[in-house]
Design a protein around this ligand. Structure first.
Ligand SMILES: NC(=O)c1ccc[n+]([C@@H]2O[C@H](COP(=O)([O-])OP(=O)(O)OC[C@H]3O[C@@H](n4cnc5c(N)ncnc54)[C@H](OP(=O)(O)O)[C@@H]3O)[C@@H](O)[C@H]2O)c1
Length: 331
C-alpha cells in the first residue's frame, strides 16, 4: 500500500456564512485513536445539517472535527489501538461526527458498515439518512407493518429514505413535498399518496387517505405551524417524531389534542449521541436495512455529484431545495 501523505485537501468553513465560506484547505491527515479507523474517502454525502453548521448554527459536538461532513464511503487505510473489526483495504461506509469533506476521515469502527455491492457514491449517501430514519421512524416512532407513515420533506435525503424503508417494511406512506414534480418523485419511490403542500392541505389529505383515522407515525422536519397540524393529522395513539425545525422551533399549540388523542411527541438529533448509541443504531441498520439494500428494495437516490473542491456549489444546490434525493461530493 502506498505511504499515506501527511497533509490532505479538506473543506474548511472560513467563517460562518453563505456557501462561499466553504474553501479547500490543506489539513493534517488525522491519526486514528482508540477504536477508530482512518478511511481514504471516495465520496462524502452532503446533508442539510452541514448547511446549518456552515451558517454557525450547529456547532460540532465536543471532540468532533470542525470540517463538515457526516457520512462517507471509502477504503480503510489505518487502524487505531483497540480497533479490530476492519482491516486495511476494506470498503466501508460510515457515519462520522464531522470531517467527511476531506481526503481522509476518521470513523469509530462500530459506526462503519460494509459497502457490499453499492457504488461508492451511493454508499456515501446511505449512513446519515439510514441511521436517522431507522432510529426515528422505527425505534422512536415504532412504525409497524400495516400502519401509516406521514413523512414531510418527502424528496429530501431523509424523505426519500423514509418512503422506501417504510414501504419495504409494509407500511402505507403519505409524503408531502413542495411541487407536483417532487410529488411524482415520491410516488415513484413508493409513496401511496403524495401531497403538494403548496396547493393542498396535508391534514385533509391524510384524513382522506386513512379513512378519517389519521397517520400512526409522522416524521417532521418543519415544525412551526406544522406542529398543531401534525396533531390534527395524527391517529389516536399517534407518534410524532421531530428531527428538525426548518420552518420554526417556536409554535403556539393547543395541547388539548395531544391529551385527547393520547399522542406521543418526541424527537432526537443523531450527531450528539454517544458512541454506544450510534453503534447500537448501526447494528440495527446492518440487521434490518442492509438486507433491503442488498435486495434492491432500498436504494440511495442520487440527484447530483460535485468534486470535493466544489462543495460550495453543492451547498448552493441544497439551499435552492430544487434537488430530489442526495447530493454527494466525490474524490
Ligand atoms: N435529527 C437528526 O438526527 C437529523 C439527521 C439528519 C437530518 N436531519 C434534518 O432532516 C432534514 C432533512 O435533511 P436532508 O439532508 O435530507 O435535507 P434536504 O435533502 O436538503 O431536503 C430538505 C427539503 O425539505 C423541504 N422543506 C420543507 N420545508 C422547508 C423549509 N421551511 N425550509 C427548507 N426546506 C424545506 C424542501 O423541499 P420542498 O420543496 O418539499 O419544500 C427541501 O428540499 C433537515 O432539516 C435536517 O437538518 C435531522
Amino acid at each position: 500500500m502506498a505511504a499515506r501523505p501527511v497533509t490532505m485537501t479538506a473543506i474548511g468553513i472560513r467563517t460562518p456564512g453563505d456557501a462561499d465560506v466553504l474553501v479547500p484547505e490543506q489539513r493534517p491527515v488525522p491519526a486514528p485513536g482508540a477504536g477508530e479507523i482512518l478511511i481514504k474517502v471516495a465520496a462524502a454525502g452532503v446533508n442539510r445539517p452541514d448547511v446549518v453548521q456552515r451558517k454557525g448554527l450547529y456547532p460540532p459536538p465536543p471532540g468532533a472535527s470542525d470540517i463538515p461532513g457526516l457520512e462517507i464511503a471509502g477504503e480503510v487505510v489505518a487502524i487505531g489501538p483497540d480497533a479490530s473489526r476492519w482491516k486495511a483495504g476494506d470498503r466501508v461506509m460510515a457515519l462520522v461526527s464531522g470531517g467527511g469533506y476531506a481526503e481522509y476521515c476518521l470513523a469509530h469502527e462500530s459506526h462503519a458498515l460494509p459497502v457490499g455491492t453499492l457504488p461508492m457514491i451511493e454508499a456515501a449517501a446511505f449512513p446519515e439518512t439510514a441511521f436517522t430514519v431507522w432510529h426515528n421512524v422505527f425505534e422512536r416512532g415504532g412504525l409497524k407493518a400495516g400502519e401509516t407513515l406521514l413523512v414531510h420533506g418527502g424528496t429530501s435525503g431523509i424523505g426519500t429514505t423514509a418512503i422506501q424503508l417504510a414501504k419495504a417494511l409494509g407500511a402505507t406512506v403519505i409524503a408531502t413535498a413542495g411541487s407536483d414534480e417532487k410529488c411524482a418523485a415520491c410516488r415513484r419511490l413508493g409513496a401511496d399518496v403524495a401531497v403538494n403542500y403548496k396547493t393542498e392541505d396535508f391534514v385533509a389529505a391524510t384524513k382522506t387517505a386513512t379513512g378519517g383515522k389519521g397517520a400512526d407515525v409522522i416524521l417532521d422536519m418543519v415544525g412551526g405551524d406544522y406542529i398543531a397540524r401534525n396533531y390534527e393529522a395524527a391517529a389516536v395513539e399517534g407518534r410524532i417524531v421531530q428531527i428538525a425545525f426548518m420552518g420554526s422551533a417556536k409554535a403556539t399549540v393547543d395541547f388539548m389534542r395531544l391529551m385527547l388523542k393520547r399522542l406521543h411527541h418526541t424527537g432526537s438529533t443523531l450527531r450528539s449521541r454517544s458512541v454506544a448509541d450510534k453503534a447500537a443504531i448501526a447494528r440495527a441498520v446492518a440487521q434490518t436495512v442492509l438486507p433491503l439494500v442488498a435486495a434492491g428494495q432500498v436504494k440511495p437516490v442520487i440527484y447530483k455529484t460535485f468534486p470535493l473542491t466544489e462543495a460550495a456549489a453543492a451547498h448552493r444546490l441544497m439551499e435552492s431545495s430544487s434537488h430530489i434525493g442526495k447530493i454527494v461530493l466525490t474524490l
